[in-house]
Design a protein. Sequence first.
Length: 110
Amino acid sequence: MFSRGVRGAITLENNSKEDIKDAVVELLEEMINRNSIEKKDISFAIFTLTTDLDADFPAKYARICCGFNDVPMMCYHELDVKNSLKKCLRILLNINTEKTQKEIKHVYLK
């Protein structure tokens, strides 16, 4: 097995708990489905939010709504770079897989 990164990003309309929850669930489900990922094969997950999103922790919803109970997770803020994309949640999943890096399908929504 190899360690591979699967990247995803989604933009939100509002800085609210509900929007963060919905974005986490939508993005994680799409990343898992497109790459046929089993939760047991996820080594860890990193969540980042742009600095204009601070209503809640995305990892909380990965646990509550997506069953990531045994997955180590961390949440961070992105660098606040001038003129960069706003209200963006990004996820990096590190997985164990037989897929090559070229076979990994990264997911970018909204």
